[in-house]
Structures are given as structure tokens and as C-alpha cells.
Design a protein around this ligand. Sequence first.
Ligand code: ATP
Ligand code: MG
Length: 405
Amino acid sequence: MQYTEIMVRYGELSTKGKNRKDFINRLAGNVQKVLRDFPDLAIKTHHDRMHIILNGTPFEKVDERLKLVFGIQTYSPVIRTEKTLEEIEKTALELMQATYKEGMTFKVNTRRSDHKYEYDTNQLNQLVADYLYNHMTGLQAEMKRPDMVLRLEIRQDGAYISNQLLHGIGGMPVGTAGKAMMMLSGGIDSPVASYLAMKRGVDIEMVHFFSPPYTSEKALAKAMELTSILAKYCGKINFIQVPFAEIQETIKEKLPEGYLMTVQRRFMLRLADMIRAKRHGLAIFNGESVGQVASQTLESMAAINDVTATPVIRPVATMDKNEIIAKAEEIGTFDLSIQPFEDCCTIFAPPRPKTKPKIDKAREYEARLDVDGLLERALAGVKVTPIYPGQKFIDNIADEDAALL
Ligand code: ATP
Ligand code: MG
């Protein structure tokens, strides 16, 4: 028995008209990207569902990917057959024999879009159920709440039979909510914030600050590999790396220790915002959680946020560390996040950052620096890499580079 296609039902599709079209097209595009290494698949979209024609590709392989794509509510593997009663009965029996477990209850549920078909839905329900009873033992029918529904659809081009209803991850297709920059570190929180942003349909591009030679190639590779885990939910994420060493060195040399953190963060946010403007993003996301560390008090957030009027959205702002960790485990980023490759913040972290920095002070200290020059040179070193699901980066780095730590 082999499934011939997958029928996908859309998620939060309350929208109509143009938005609906956008939803469907984005989802189809994301599904296509997630499945790009299965060349035999064909994807067809309709206003109420999408069909993925398998052309011999095993359902299980596609299933593994599909269950992570935002915007899918439910989906079913389906077998298409000729519209003769004989073929329908034979296929229904094969499907039941392969999947029906003893003690389960079942029913047959038929729909027709081909209204000229020789049997109506009640007749088909009865005929197919009778056939199954005659060829299997121990079957139990149950009309109200059966464990298994054998769904039969008679369309113009054939009969479609399915007996599994699988749940997708829900949410909105990535891209339907517009584009934003995500400030991604190598930590636990920002990958979770990324996931939550994508779930609402935001097309995120990762902005990652790195500081060679103070940070290793492995730290950069770690952020890229986290991105490739997150790309499973949408198909592709652009990764934007920004060199940050000169800014950190300069700040460390010229500013009082209590303001190192605040000013560093102000530079990061400025750079993220400049990149956003260039790339036509609408907002900035980060992984800050209120009160978690010194740089994440409300005073600190206010002092950092002072550099821009762009919306800065913090999806994990009110979550406890435990909740964030649980989510990180669920989405598959935790084990990588706790690998010990230091990122740029850890290395230049002052021992006693101010927990209540003042906006005026931050501005005043900054005025001692060539802010525009520093920003310009960092931007000149920006590199953008498209990252796809499951790409590996860390293992490709030689150990001499890792030894820099
Ligand atoms: P995370 O686990 O996301 O690193 P954290 O609790 O360690 O968060 P911080 O290190 O203070 O917190 O960073 C707060 C936020 O600032 C991060 O969630 C991230 O959005 C952003 N950030 C920190 N370091 C970087 C970096 N190197 N590149 C890009 N963004 C960063
Ligand atoms: Mg961090």
C-alpha cells in the first residue's frame, strides 16, 4: 500500500480576499522550500486546501518535514484510485488492513463533488463498510465517535481514500505578517523568540554580532546552525553576520565600565535598525526577558531602546527561564544553545554592569566616540547567507579555530 498524495488543510484562515491568497501562496512557497530536496513532488493549491502529489516519494519522509511548517492545521495522507466501486473497495481494504488495530471502532464517511456518480454518499458508505466487514474480522462500527474515519471522496478525476487526520503545528505561514530583523545570539532565549515570531507569520532575518578574534569561528557556526534548526519551520532564513569587535574594543577602551553593556547594546540595536531599513523590514525582535540579567531590567531596556523608534518586540519578555528552556527543548534548539562557544557579549561583559543605567549618561558617554564611523565600518563588513533546514556548520570548522576560545 502506498499513499499517492497528501491533502493539507490551512490553519488560521479567517481572512478573505487578497489576504487569503497571500496566505495560500506563502504557505505553498514555504512548503516547497522545506521539501526542496524531494524533486518528484508536485504541489497544487486550491482555495480551501493544498495537495502534495507524492509521485513515489515515501509519505513518512514528507510527513517529518510537514508537521513543522507554520500555517498547516491538519493534513491527511491519501490514496487516489479509479472511480470504480471495485477499485475503491479494494483500496479501502488495503488501507484498513495496514492501519486498523484490533479493538478500534470505525466508520466510513463519503463526500462527493462529482454529483453524477452512480452511487450517492449513503450508498457508498454502506457498500464500502459491508465490503470491509466481509473481508476483515473484528471490525466494530461506531457512528458518533469512531477511533478511525475512513474518508472517501469522489471527485471528477478519481476517488480519494484516507484514514488518518494528522495535526500540523498551526500558526500563520511565515511571511504573511511581513519582514523583521531578529537579533540572534547563541543563547537559549533568542532562538525561542525566533520561533514565536515565525509562528505569527513574521519573516525573520537573523542579525548576529560576532567579534573575531575574540570569538571563535565555532561561535559563529553555532548561530548559523541554530538558524538552520529554525529554518525547518519555514524553509529558509537569511543569516546576517555583523562584525562587532572594533565597536567593543573602542567602548571598552573609552567608556566607564558600568556603561559598557548599555552602550554595546545601543550599538547593536542601531546596527540592527540600519540593516532593517536597508532590507525593508518593519520591526526588530530580540530574546530579552524582563529582569533576567542586568541588561534586561526595564531601566536598561529603556536606555537601550532610546536609539530607535522602530518597534522592538520581545516575544519571551514575560516568560520564566524554565518556560523558555522547556520551549527550547520542544523546538529542538536547547542542546545546541548550551554548547559552550562564547559569543561576543559574554567576552566583553563587565563584571558589574549597571542595572539602572541612565539614558542621559549613555548618550553623554557615547558622544565621546565616533559613532557614525564605527557604525559605517561595521556595516561594511556585513555578510548575508541564506540558510536551509538541517544544514550543518559546526562540524565543518577545524579544531584549531575552536582552540581560540
Ligand atoms: P540569549 O539566550 O538569547 O542569548 P540572554 O538571556 O543570554 O539571551 P543577553 O545575552 O543579555 O541575554 O542578550 C539579550 C538579547 O540581545 C538576546 O536575546 C539577543 O536578542 C540579543 N543579542 C545578544 N547577543 C547578541 C549577538 N551576539 N548577536 C545578536 N543579538 C544578540
Ligand atoms: Mg546571550
